[in-house]
Design a binder for this molecule. Structure first.
Ligand code: FAD
Ligand code: SF4
Length: 463
């Protein structure tokens, strides 16, 4: 008899967890993981694998967990995924590998993400194996940006024996995994552990290196790098463009989360970068970034946190689990609401004026367009506002790299393998797709690494 529902994962109590930045879910025990793994039907065609952008052999690693061979399970995952502890925590499995799961036609799909997380955590408790690296090829490759796209590309190329240097603009590597996603969802020690592994493989990481300012892509070629991968992400925040947006107390989610995560504002006074959060906070937006900002504000002492979203909960782009956790913690969802102006006193924001919305015809994204209800204006008192309505690629690298074709929304144009319009330059992740997901950035990093490796070994063959 197959268990119809997923083995639940134990979590920190919602009342206790808003006082701490500690991780919310505890992960499976070995027994729980084996019980969940036993639900897998071991389908021959494995439709789950079609939903995985890095093509993990899912039935194989699940079978290995079921048999209690956890070492084999993590080895299977790591054949194609170098960040399993990250993916097991933040990937939207419900719309990727778990969506086509055969079991899901009758029951809840297999909890593939939780099993991936279990295998990765098991490895970190039992000694992480550093992947083998091929003998040096003599080729040098520069990777710009150390988010999941850059880290994955660097790992795959170093494994082939190339000498990879990662250039990162910030003072710590990891991209959004370090500065965006909060500790209570993705503990920083996990990302730091993955980066330490990369260093053990021989990857060099230069921080505080802003490509386009400190050096250009052209400088990197002059320095002797044979190929460049650009994985600079989409870190430029979008704003509402409404009156009063410059009042003190209004943050972009990027600035707010970076101050808290990267500058450790939540550890003030041990770290001297406090972030001021008032008692009433409005977060504008409905994605993962908005949920992260809202839950962070609660943990920094806000008494009332409201999400203001212009569509309904059904259209929210945030992961279902994130919305669920936010609601459990007391975050209020105010849907079909759109801010139109902020009012301030003494230069600080004190009110947000909103309009009620209704849903009209679908727009270009396929979601129903929010349409304002005339005369429905109302006012909410606020002390802090966090704007989380999306991010765009930063134009610095495209602007300073001659020959790079820029596509819609400021993204860098690439072909399917990540090659740009400039020879020897590849790009992938959010800089090429616009803001997307960790796993899609990793998939792009992998495809580019394979293409760079092919082109370098081909060029040696010709020489
Ligand atoms: P990034 O992670 O943005 O990394 C780019 C790196 O390049 C950064 O470190 C940046 O400092 C560096 N850089 C930029 N310009 C330069 C330059 N000129 N020179 C040198 N370095 C440079 N996705 C999920 O799948 N699940 C989630 O739960 C999820 N939650 C999210 C929560 C938040 C708050 C945010 C912001 C995003 C979230 N995402 C989530 C999206 C996901 O994190 C991104 O899609 C992913 O990180 C993109 O990876 P990347 O490598 O392309 O870029
Ligand atoms: Fe197992 Fe679901 Fe994949 Fe089938 S589709 S192999 S049941 S995880």
């Amino acid at each position: 008899m197959i268990r119809p529902t997923q083995v639940p994962m134990r979590e920190r109590d919602p009342r206790a967890r808003t006082n701490t930045f500690d991780e919310v879910p505890f992960g499976y025990t070995s027994d729980e993981a084996r019980e969940e793994a036993a639900r897998c039907l071991q389908c021959r065609d494995a439709p789950c694998m079609n939903g995985c952008p890095v093509n993990i052999h899912i039935p194989k690693f699940i079978r290995e967990i079921r048999e209690g061979d956890f070492e084999a399970a993590i080895a299977t995952i790591k054949q194609t995924n170098n960040l399993p502890a990250v993916c097991g925590r933040v990937c939207p499995q419900e719309v990727q590998c778990q969506a086509p799961c055969t079991l899901g036609r009758r029951f809840e799909p297999v909890a593939i993400g939780r099993l991936e997380r279990f295998a990765a955590d098991w490895e970190s408790q039992h000694g992480v194996r550093v992947p083998e690296v091929a003998p040096p090829t003599g080729f040098r490759i520069a990777v710009v940006g150390s988010g999941p796209a850059g880290l994955t590309c660097a790992a795959d190329l170093q494994r082939e024996g190339h000498a990879v240097t990662v250039f990162e603009a910030l003072h710590e590597p990891g991209g959004v995994l370090m500065y965006g996603i909060p500790e209570f969802r993705l503990p920083k020690r996990i990302v730091q552990g993955e980066i330490a592994n990369l260093r053990k493989m021989g990857v060099a990481i230069e921080v505080n290196a802003v490509i386009g300012r400190t050096f250009t892509v052209d400088d990197l070629f002059t320095e002797g790098y044979e190929a460049v991968f650009i994985g600079t992400g989409a870190g430029l925040p979008q704003f509402l463009g409404i009156p009063g947006e410059n009042f003190v107390g209004i943050y972009s989610a990027n600035e707010f989360l970076t101050r808290v995560n990267l500058m450790r504002a939540y550890l003030f006074p041990d770290y001297d970068t406090p972030v001021k959060v008032g008692t009433t906070v409005a977060v504008v937006g409905g994605g993962n970034v908005a949920m992260d900002a809202a839950r962070t504000a609660l943990r920094l002492g806000a008494k009332r946190v409201m999400i203001l979203y212009r569509r309904t909960e059904a259209e929210m782009p945030a992961r279902v689990e994130e919305v669920h956790h936010a609601k459990e913690e007391g975050v209020e969802l105010h849907v079909l609401v759109n801010p139109v102006r902020f009012r301030g006193e003494g230069g600080r924001v004190v009110e947000v004026e909103c309009l009620r919305m209704e849903l009209g015809e679908p727009d270009g994204s396929g979601r129903r367009r929010p349409v304002p209800v005339p005369g429905s204006n109302f006012v909410l008192p606020v002390a802090t506002v966090i704007v989380a309505i999306g991010n765009q690629p930063h134009p610095l690298v495209p602007r300073t790299t001659p020959g790079l074709r820029v596509a819609g929304g400021g993204t860098i144009w690439t072909d399917e393998e990540g090659a740009t319009s400039r020879e020897g330059v590849f790009a992938g992740g959010d800089i090429a797709t616009g803001a997307a997901t960790v796993i899609s950035a990793m998939g792009a990093g992998k495809r580019s690494a394979a293409a760079i490796h092919r082109s370098l070994t081909r060029s040696r063959g010709r020489a």
